[in-house]
Design a protein around this ligand. Structure first.
Ligand SMILES: *Cc1c(COP(=O)(O)O)cnc(C)c1O
Length: 396
């Protein structure tokens, strides 16, 4: 047998973390890495946050799981926090981002179909988007590398150019149910949508009775300096998918919706065995208590601005390597003039700095939101050393 016990779908690297220590990961051979990848925007409180660990330990010892057939004081409490802090009136908890997006897709379809309008099923989505790896969520993306081998796709998605309002408008037809968009594309290369685009989508949705669904799985939960990124666009969605950071490392996601948008999600239409179980609710509540306040959010904005200013200055020293810096808050992208993947590997293997590669030759910089001056300085030390001794591979 040549197949590995772990199904070989990931190109796993040689780093094998066994322990986390605040903003660092420690490999099984003892090597320490500065973690500016954060499990891809997940560990927003770092790796050894006492509040989060305590909440999970205490809940694990009290009640880990019950069915959604019972009342959920824990779920009601976290849902209420989300409702109080966002546009939403109601919340469905999931275990992952893809499930949160799936729920959002179902909610948008059900909005139209609950009263018999079965022609309204199509979502307009945007090129280079990433919405997850289930069949519906790969179908929502135009990225063929995720489709190959898994045909046929789910019907009902139309792809148009990201940040192109005219294209979005032109795509609206009799079958359109709504828009599904990442306000800041993550996997696509940390590409923030423009203000005009997001406000334009909101206006089109209002004019045509369409659902505006935001996928904030990566950019949500304080990452950009506001609890959700939509706040910075001066709009509110009808439906929003959140996950990654919301559990701080515990698997948790949620679909948020207005009362109107959720009108089709009635008894018996949707469900999840684990979704919203008490252990996940304890983790989510600890994260919300830590991040959903003005002081924490202001710190994210301030640290983001500081890193960004230093990055802008830094890239000036290496005009042959770097093109620009983009993103919001602590969701930053360094767009390179050469292939970004070999540079990301170089930083990881030769300088013990973990970042994330992304589309459009961008390096994603996604630190824990709790970084301090020491980690920021360490990051720039490693990045500078990495740029200074980088040999651009022949192939790029
Ligand atoms: C990661 C991600 C998802 C999928 O989340 P999973 O938890 O991996 O299912 C969906 N949308 C966006 C924008 C993401 O970044």
């Amino acid at each position: 047998m040549t197949i590995t016990p772990l199904m070989p779908v990931y190109p796993r690297c040689g780093v094998r973390p066994v322990k986390g220590d605040h903003c660092h990961l420690i490999d099984e051979d003892g090597t320490r890495y500065l973690d500016f990848a954060c499990g891809i925007a997940v560990n927003l409180l770092g790796h050894s946050h006492k509040g989060l660990i305590g909440a999970i330990q205490q809940q694990a010892a009290t009640l880990m799981h019950v069915s959604n057939l019972y009342g959920s004081p824990q779920g009601e409490a976290l849902a209420q926090k989300l409702v109080d802090k966002t546009f939403a009136d109601t919340v469905f908890f999931t275990n992952s981002g893809a499930e949160a997006v799936e729920t959002a897709i179902k909610t948008a379809r059900a909005y139209h179909q609950h009263d018999g309008n079965e022609d309204r099923f199509e979502l307009i989505t945007f090129k280079n988007a990433f919405h997850g790896r289930t069949l519906a969520t790969i179908s929502a993306s135009n990225q063929e590398k995720m489709h190959h081998g898994f045909m046929p796709l789910l019907a009902g998605f139309k792809y148009v150019e990201f940040d192109d309002l005219e294209a979005a408008k032109a795509a609206i037809g009799p079958n359109t149910a709504g828009f599904l968009v990442e306000p800041i594309q993550g996997e696509g290369g940390i590409r923030p949508a423009s203000l005009e685009f997001m406000q334009g989508l909101r206006k089109l949705a209002d004019e045509h009775d369409l659902m505006l669904i935001l996928d904030e799985v990566q950019c949500g939960v304080a990452r950009t300096g506001t609890l959700y990124a939509y706040e910075q666009y001066g709009i509110e969605p009808d439906i929003l998918a959140t996950a990654k950071g919301i559990g701080g490392g515990f698997p948790l996601g949620a679909c948020l919706a207005t009362e109107k948008a959720a009108r089709g999600m009635v008894f018996g239409t949707h469900g999840s065995t684990y979704g919203g179980n008490p252990l996940a609710m304890a983790a989510g509540t600890a994260v919300m208590d830590a991040v959903a306040n003005d002081e924490f959010l202001a710190q994210v904005t301030e640290k983001g601005e500081r890193i960004r200013a230093r990055l802008e200055q830094f890239i000036g020293n290496y005009p042959e390597l770097f093109e620009l810096v983009r993103g919001k808050g602590l969701m930053l992208g360094l767009k390179m003039k050469v292939e970004s993947r070999p540079f990301f590997v170089h930083l990881r293997d030769n300088h013990q700095l973990l970042t994330v590669a992304a589309g459009d030759n961008t390096l994603r910089i996604l630190p824990p939101l709790v970084i301090g001056d020491a980690e920021i300085d360490e990051f720039f030390d490693k990045l500078s050393a990495g740029a200074a001794d980088y040999q651009i591979p022949e192939t790029s």
